[in-house]
Design a protein around this ligand. Sequence first.
Ligand code: SF4
Ligand SMILES: [Fe+2]
Length: 295
Amino acid sequence: MADIAKRLSTNIDGNFFVDATCINCDTCRQLAPKSFVENGEYSSIYRQPETEAENFQAYQALLACPVGSIGALVPDKAVMRAAIESFPMLIEDNVFYNGFNSEKSFGANSYFIRHPDGNWLVDAPRYMKKLVDAFGRMGGIAYIFLTHEDDIGDAPRYAKHFHAKRVIHRADADAQPDAEWIIDGLDTVEASPDFRIIPVPGHTDGSMALLYRNRYLFTGDHMAWDREINGLRLATVYVWKESALRRSAEKLLEFPFEWILPGHGDRMHLPADRMREELQLLLARREARASISAT
Ligand code: SF4
Ligand SMILES: [Fe+2]
């Protein structure tokens, strides 16, 4: 619960506010960009919601905030209930964003894929009845794909409840040593005709991406859309090995994809050829940067 006594002075006056417990995870800025902005080391409200849609998004942000830093002075219970019901939120096809980001994964986004051969959870949200029931109604969870060691969240509890197999790379497996499926090495694993597991070391030694139907690429913290540059970016902080990060980005040129669905950072949908161009641009920017720092 947000605390009005800790309200940040950077908030514009009005119903919504952010308090000083904010961990600057970016979730609210992704869900309600018309209301939330980064301000120093925190988020704050720069514009109170003016439309029904903006108000709804602000409530979604309030619910998804991993540390309860967002408050509403006069909560609208009906809108709040509708916002709770909006999670898991359909992105497209059978792909959902779960909401209810977990503090244990520093507020990383998690996703759910509904599939006739068994559903996949990509990283894990907070463990809560609302989501357990929703996943159960959609057929449970067969696999929990862990992009890397930072974003485990409540995966063990979901795995136990649904008897799901947790998938993690051996290099990051210390974070989940009893995972049911350990991936080794750098080779792509064809988990099924629709799912490919692509090791992408760089942010961590054992980072992995999941490619679903050659259309949806779940990237963990390896790569995301950057709203500042309006382009792709690689992990910027906590990089295990810079050279591996770049090689892993190059490797993704082999695969067609239209959606990028990261743990931290913005989602983006572009036609596959445009996404490939963006990846090439990203690599060119990295090359230019590397040659400047070498001189
Ligand atoms: S979602 Fe919560 S913790 Fe994350 S940036 Fe927004 S207010 Fe801060
Ligand atoms: Fe991470």
